[in-house]
Design a protein around this ligand. Sequence first.
Ligand code: HEM
Length: 262
Amino acid sequence: TSFTEYISDTYDHLKPRVAETYESISTRAAGTYNTINTKLFARKDSCPPVWTSIAAELKTMYWDPATKQCNDDARAAIREAFHDCGAWQKSNGLVGGCDGSLILSVGNDELLRGENNADLIQFSGNIAVVTCPGGPQIKTYIGRRDSSVPAPPGLLPDVHAPAADLYKLFQDKGFDAKELAALLGAHSTSKTFHVPEIPVGAQQDTTPGLWDVKYYQDTLTPPQGVFVLPSDKALAAHPEVGKEFKGFVGGQGKWTGDFAKA
Ligand code: HEM
């Protein structure tokens, strides 16, 4: 993955308000460092730690104290973060991506669920992941500019598409087979409400409130009460993606690391 792809969602409009962004970019972006550096400035000490308070509030929202697991709002936030970014492909260049356009896309194939800021959508997804027991910490880059137009349709994955088409769709977004297999593991926390052949509210692994690798084994051999998405079934059997998919069975540490990287 090139540097441009790596931060494709922020590159065009780096308005970093957070010193962390500066540090990460300066260490990772050897080639492009000089050009970008001129646009950056460190966060002032006088800035209030807004993201820390937002994180605390979100963690409360995503946590179910009764079960000590993450809840439906957490699942929704994880999916939203994917959908806001997911309507992007390499050929779109430095336009679109994680730009908050999710909230503009009524009637489009992104979802409308109520948040209102590109950074907040990504931050919420990452907080939801770490709130689910077992979930890794994922660094959130800050400084996206909200889009004023919806993302183009047709760039999010169709649950009934053949595996080869889904793999191509993700390759066009810059992901390889291992990264796609790692990302699919988010279905460890998922429930299904809108897939006609699956009962409403059905789960995709035995532990939808935990961020664990049960999903991989449960997709390959579904136990009673687990309903596999047709796309997951197809990708698990795809020669390249399936090989990586099987590689995550029983590998909690490997998966969480690879998910966070992807
Ligand atoms: C081939 C790619 C993918 C397809 C076809 C797909 C499809 C779906 C479908 C059909 C649902 C159920 C929605 C419903 O009926 O309400 C779902 C749920 C979900 N997906 Fe995916 N997905 C894909 C990749 C991803 C990725 C990459 C992520 C995140 C990194 C993700 C996160 C989630 C989450 C968290 C849910 C649960 C949402 C909830 O319970 O409210 N999915 N996905």
